[in-house]
Design a protein around this ligand. Structure first.
Ligand SMILES: Nc1ncnc2c1ncn2[C@@H]1O[C@H](COP(=O)(O)OP(=O)(O)OP(=O)(O)O)[C@@H](O)[C@H]1O
Ligand SMILES: O=c1[nH]c(=O)c2[nH+]cn([C@@H]3O[C@H](COP(=O)(O)O)[C@@H](O)[C@H]3O)c2[nH]1
Ligand SMILES: NC(=O)CC[C@H](N)C(=O)O
Ligand SMILES: [Mg+2]
Length: 524
């Protein structure tokens, strides 16, 4: 069988918020890649066997003292290199060019003019100007710029404020772009990344859903042998896809545990049991652990502490269940690549930890079960594609994600059963109305949040002093950046009226209009 990991790109992370997007673009081009810190061990970099290396952007200035540089091994492997933003600046500095603070910073849209015949941009353009020059619409985010070319390099693109907006050493196959091809605002970005991976690095097109499934099944066999496996099944997309993969790989040696932690949506428990146990025929044990989770959380209001407690309690429940079954040493989870990267569990450690995902950063140290995480290197859209390929129902595959800590991170501050019950009703109304308006599939994620602040209302001539519900709906493909959904006023109006009328003890409804960044999607 083809080894789908053999044509691989190494992405070295200098701390950009967009490094993950570079990886997604490379994967979209059908090429396997991994992200590692820029200062990864040189032996590791050598042994990784990349056919090409991408250096990400980063927040620092190469002309400041003691800022990150690419290890010399990167340039000794004789594989093509693409530096993006900081990555290009460090290439310029390391090869004897000069980087300075620009007088004009460029943030956002810019138009670059292409020069010469570099393989990176060949026949890729958005427009031409009156002189017939090829132009690209790109997205920039920089305060520094390359001011003089290193020996051996030539300029291959320019903007008005950055005359060296892309550079290349065509003999050594080293490229640098000041703009960000990984963001969708750079219209030809995907083609530029694909061009680098296929034409310049010579990678094939092996990373396809069918190949990913075959490879995942082989790896499950190699890892668990003839053992029994316990899977944490949430009813969400990721664990559903893992259930389907494991069923293919190990058949009835799979047992699923669905934990009702008291922080689920209305009717979710029954729905999960109906879908998986009845329709898909997998063995599912339902554990009612509401009291236990709520006891653990009592009085705690710090979001990170809540996440870690929920993660640890999940594992305690899994381990107790495993102990009651015979011969279980493996715990499968639907962990995906963003969970790992955002919790900085990939060990890149360069970007700041924003929140610990319960299934990665939240795992306790004393855990006995060994993990099987077949989706650990996949992005959400890849997981969905293989879910469809495995024959899972479309509405399951396209469900909005629901975080493991569930309502625990949507009830701000202290979690109580009363707040959870209130929130479940409000959330149900919001989702029901979205579906009725045919907008559920237009937004990537929508939910209600419980705010533990009282506001004054007037109901039936009486004063009401009660908590507030916030509604959140976002549009996003990768969940790394998001735009608040511009839902119709009539819909918001209907949802608000229904919530204040039908849900006891809610005084007011507000709509969250914060993008990510600066907001995150969840409130905690
Ligand atoms: N209530 C639960 N019972 C058992 N396992 C759970 C539960 N909630 C989460 N998990 C485990 O944690 C993993 C990560 O949760 P996460 O919410 O990221 O994924 P998901 O629920 O499978 O998919 P989605 O992101 O679409 O909600 C799950 O794949 C599952 O293995
Ligand atoms: O399984 C999960 N465990 C978690 O601890 C967790 N925290 C956030 N999320 C989901 O991740 C996406 C991005 O969320 P944020 O913008 O809030 O970081 C959104 O889809 C969030 O719902 C989680 N999923
Ligand atoms: N996005 C980036 O990589 C920025 C690089 C560098 N910090 C600059 O401002 O130019
Ligand atoms: Mg989930």
């Amino acid at each position: 069988m083809t080894n789908i990991h053999s044509d691989r790109i190494l992405i070295l992370d200098f701390g950009s918020q967009y490094t993950q997007l570079i990886a997604r673009r490379v994967r979209e081009a059908g090429v396997y890649c991994e992200i590692h810190p820029y200062d990864a061990d040189p032996h590791f970099i050598q042994q990784f066997g990349a056919k090409g290396i991408i250096l990400s952007g980063g927040p620092q200035s190469v002309h400041a003292i003691a800022t990150p540089r690419a290890h010399s091994i990167v340039f000794e492997l004789n594989v093509p290199i693409l530096g993006i933003c900081y990555g290009m600046q460090t290439i310029a500095a390391q090869f004897g060019g000069r980087v300075i603070s620009a007088t004009h910073r460029e943030y956002g849209y810019a138009q670059v003019q292409l020069f010469g015949h570099s393989p990176l941009f060949r026949a890729i353009e958005d427009h031409t100007n009156s002189a017939g020059d090829a132009l690209l619409d790109v997205w920039m985010s920089h305060g520094d710029r390359v001011d003089s070319l290193p020996p051996g390099f030539q300029v291959i693109a320019a903007t008005a404020h950055a005359p060296l907006a892309a550079i290349a050493d065509l003999n050594r196959h080293i490229y640098g772009v000041q703009f960000h091809p990984e963001v969708t605002h750079t219209r030809q970005g995907q083609r530029i990344i694909a061009r680098f991976c296929h034409d310049i690095c010579g990678c094939g097109d092996l990373w396809t859903p069918a190949n990913i499934i075959d490879d995942a099944i082989d790896r499950i066999h190699a890892r668990v042998g003839n053992d029994q496996v316990l899977l944490g099944l949430s009813g969400g997309v990721d664990s559903a896809v893992v259930a389907a993969l494991l069923t293919r790989a190990i058949g009835d040696r799979l047992t699923c545990i669905f934990v009702d932690n008291g922080l689920l949506r209305l009717g979710e428990g029954d729905q999960v049991m109906a879908t998986f146990a009845q329709h898909l025929g997998v063995r599912v044990i339902r554990v009612n652990a509401e009291a236990r989770f709520l006891d653990q959380l009592a009085g705690i209001d710090d979001p990170e502490q809540k996440r870690k407690l929920i993660g640890a309690t999940f594992i305690d429940v899994f381990e107790e269940q495993a102990a009651q079954l015979t011969d279980i040493h493996w715990l499968a989870q639907g962990t995906i690549y963003p969970d790992v990267i955002e919790s900085a569990g990939a060990g890149t450690g360069k970007a700041k930890v924003i929140k610990s995902h319960h299934n990665v950063g939240g795992l306790p140290e004393h855990m006995q079960l060994k993990l099987v995480e077949p989706l650990r290197e996949l992005f959400k859209d890849e997981v969905r594609r293989i879910g469809i390929e495995l024959g899972l129902p479309t509405d399951l595959v396209y469900r909005h994600p629901f975080p493991g800590p569930g309502l625990g991170v949507r009830i701000l501050g202290k979690v109580t059963k009363t707040a959870a019950d209130t929130l479940r009703l409000a959330d149900q109304i919001f989702i029901e109305e979205l579906r009725r308006a045919d907008l559920y599939d237009q937004v990537a994620q929508a939910f209600a949040v419980f705010l533990p602040v009282n506001s004054v209302g007037v109901v039936g001539d009486n004063r009401q002093y009660a908590p507030v519900i916030a509604l959140r709906a976002v549009e996003t493909l990768d969940f790394m950046t998001a735009r608040w959904a511009h839902l119709p006023y009539e819909l918001l109006d209907r949802v608000c009226r229904r919530i204040v009328n039908e849900v006891p003890n809610v005084s007011r409804v507000v709509y969250d209009i914060t993008g990510k960044p600066p907001g995150t999607i969840e409130w905690e």
